[in-house]
Design a protein around this ligand. Structure first.
Ligand code: C2E
Ligand code: MG
Ligand code: MG
Ligand code: MG
Length: 295
């Protein structure tokens, strides 16, 4: 009858919920130890010019080698870290590591060569942590990284936060010299007013639009409109998730500046990125390790 079904349904739900809660606690505990155990890794995915495929930098993407075993993708642990606040120290580790990489990659670029830029993802909890801008300044100072070598990515949800402080923090970051990108553009609330209110420099067009830019006229129309809007506002446009040459051709025809995606390269550990991109990295990186160069 309804009563016993209701009760067993409730109990099942309950058991499932507490199993999930236990797994979260375990995940949280393991994650707490991940930094000190050196289990976090940054992988780098190339960003290229759509016009000629030249590499202009990379996006840094976090991975967790849990217990030294398999890699855990960010979607599986960042939401938990965001809930518990662990994203604050983890995010600092990410920024510090990305800055150190940017210093190595740019240290010996030939004069006149454009700097290689690394894009770093920010989470809302991290952005709103009490000493965020102070932390950022300290990381720049410690690493010797120039802010021009780093792009900070955030999602639209962060920008439409009702706290009035958003504008002040973004202005401070932009004044320091970072460029500021909207990630997954087109999937949020698209309250476009923020594009002129805040010192945004870059739009990253979400993969769900780019996916079908060569096959779905309606999606292509959206991408064309976003690119057109970006051009009028003087924003840099990046297409995410470019997987084939037809998509690249459509984006090129529309005037999208930059792209990233499997067509150009998957996210890989730093050493592998350096091997794959040896031709565009400075001699300190190109020749293998710095110790080798010193001899
Ligand atoms: P995102 O910042 O939008 O990153 C792009 C995601 O698309 C990455 O997934 C990347 O591996 C994937 N991708 C790139 N090219 C292609 C493609 O051609 N096809 C397909 N199907 N996928 C592609 P990933 O590395 O699993 O990261 C997922 C999300 O996790 C990121 O989305 C970002 O929101 C978050 N994330 C990653 N690293 C960090 C971090 O250090 N801090 C924070 N707060 N979030 C991070
Ligand atoms: Mg991103
Ligand atoms: Mg994205
Ligand atoms: Mg995303």
């Amino acid at each position: 009858d309804a009563k016993s079904r209701g009760r067993s349904g409730y109990q099942f739900h309950n058991a499932e919920q507490s199993a999930r809660a236990r797994e979260r606690v375990r995940l949280d505990g393991d994650l707490r130890r991940a930094i000190e155990r050196n289990e976090l890794e940054l992988h780098y995915q190339p960003k290229v010019r759509v016009s000629d495929g030249g590499v202009v930098g990379a996006e840094a993407l976090l991975r967790w080698r849990r217990g030294g075993g398999a890699l855990v993708p960010p979607d599986r642990f960042i939401p938990v870290a965001e809930d518990t606040g662990l994203i604050v120290p983890i995010g600092e580790w990410v920024l510090r590591t990305a800055c150190e990489t940017a210093v190595a990659w740019n240290a010996h670029q030939p004069p006149g060569a454009a700097a290689l830029k690394i894009a770093v993802n920010l989470s809302p909890r991290q952005f709103w942590s009490p000493h965020f801008v102070g932390m950022v300044r300290a990381v720049l100072h410690d690493s010797g990284c120039r802010p021009e070598w780093i792009e900070l990515e955030m999602t639209e949800s962060l920008l439409i936060d009702s706290r009035g402080q958003v504008a002040a923090i973004l202005a401070e970051l932009r004044q320091l010299g970072f460029t500021l990108a909207i990630d997954d553009f087109g999937t949020g609330y698209s309250a476009l007013g923020y594009l002129t209110r805040f010192p945004i420099t870059t739009l990253k067009i979400d993969r769900s639009f780019v996916n079908e830019v060569a096959t779905q006229p309606a999606r292509a129309g959206i991408v064309r409109a976003v690119v057109g809007m970006g051009h009028s506002l003087g924003l840099e446009l990046v297409a995410e998730g470019v997987e084939d040459a037809d998509q690249a051709a459509a984006l090129r025809q529309m005037g999208c500046h930059l792209a990233q995606g499997w067509l150009y390269g998957r996210p890989v550990p730093r050493a592998e990125f350096e091997r794959l991109q040896a031709a565009v990295l400075g001699p300190s990186v190109r020749g293998g390790n710095v110790a080798g160069e010193a001899r």
